[in-house]
Design a protein around this ligand. Structure first.
Ligand SMILES: [Zn+2]
Length: 298
């Protein structure tokens, strides 16, 4: 049986190496194109609930399908657990409100960001988790108030180098619910666009009224936009392009400068977020091959 054992071993080894090479190549291709990348969209609310949530989820699903990343939407805070979050390149807090994570879930999300995970906050993501210090720094600013209705306002896009603002005009007129924040974002936050309070009534922040920003935060990337209250927003080509650029940047699927920070890849290696599954599959294949060979030798 010696000859057949050698032949079997060669075939299994070649098959294992080929499978491993294929998985590794898939993993590398995924890094470059975003194919296989997953983005978690979280829409849990404990306060006001926007009726635009279904349209917002649908828009992100469409953007993902067109641009090569998978969108998984949930309202279940139990997914904020280390091994589950590790499957995603970014977590979008889409129209969330109120206190929605318990302390253990908050800890998991902090570790996720510290491991290089991306954060995207949309609109009322700033009306979320007021008592969680880490989150406050990550979102950048908390909601304070808003004037009634959804007036048309002019946004001055001050930085058009970032992927989320590159498609926008310098003066961007649009209709939305315009938040006043408790304070303008500080620290290393880089403001991408500001509202011109002279173009609508009810602004309370004067000349420094940011409405979109990015930053490198605690090992991960954070991006926020104040727009997105209305259902109609998610059908606007420019608002969709703005969201897409923010998600791709936060997820590390596209690079671009956030302020003076150099163009770079992810801020830290991502604890296997990108290739963890492939690497695990490769290890499992190697183990299976070994077990198979040992069994055949008996
Ligand atoms: Zn709103």
């Amino acid at each position: 049986m010696k000859r057949s054992w050698n032949g079997l071993r060669r075939r299994v080894t070649v098959a294992g190496l080929a499978a491993g090479a294929f998985l590794f190549a898939s993993c590398e291709a995924g890094q470059a194109s975003g194919k296989g990348a997953r983005v978690l969209v979280f829409t849990k609310t404990a306060g006001f609930r926007h009726d635009s949530i279904p349209a917002a989820i649908a828009a992100l699903r469409e953007l993902g399908a067109t641009h090569g990343f998978e969108v998984v939407a949930t309202e279940d805070a139990a997914v904020f657990e280390d091994s589950h979050l590790a499957q995603y390149r970014a977590v979008v807090w889409l129209l969330t409100t109120g206190d929605i994570l318990d302390p253990a879930q908050q800890g998991a999300f902090e570790r996720y960001v510290q491991g290089g995970g991306g954060y995207v906050g949309v609109h009322s993501a700033a009306d979320t988790e007021y008592d969680w210090h880490f989150y406050g720094g990550l979102v950048g600013a908390y909601f304070k108030s808003h004037p009634p209705g959804t007036p048309t306002a002019t946004i001055h896009v001050s930085d058009r180098r970032h992927p989320s603002t590159a498609p926008l005009p310098e003066r961007w007129d649009r209709t939305d619910e315009w938040y006043n924040y408790q304070a303008a974002p500080a620290g290393n936050v880089h403001v991408l666009a500001r509202l011109d309070e002279r173009t609508y009534a009810g602004g309370e922040m004067g000349d420094n009224h940011p409405t979109a920003w990015c930053h490198h935060y605690s090992g991960g990337r954070g991006w926020y936009t104040g727009g997105g209250h209305t259902i109609a927003a998610y059908a606007e080509p420019l608002f969709r392009a703005h969201l897409l650029g923010g998600i791709q940047w936060a997820a590390g699927l596209s690079d671009g400068p956030c302020g003076d920070a150099p163009v770079s890849g992810p801020d830290k290696p991502r604890q296997g977020h990108r290739c963890g599954t492939s690497a695990a599959t490769f290890s499992s294949l190697a183990l299976l091959s070994t077990l198979f060979l040992l069994r055949e030798r008996r």
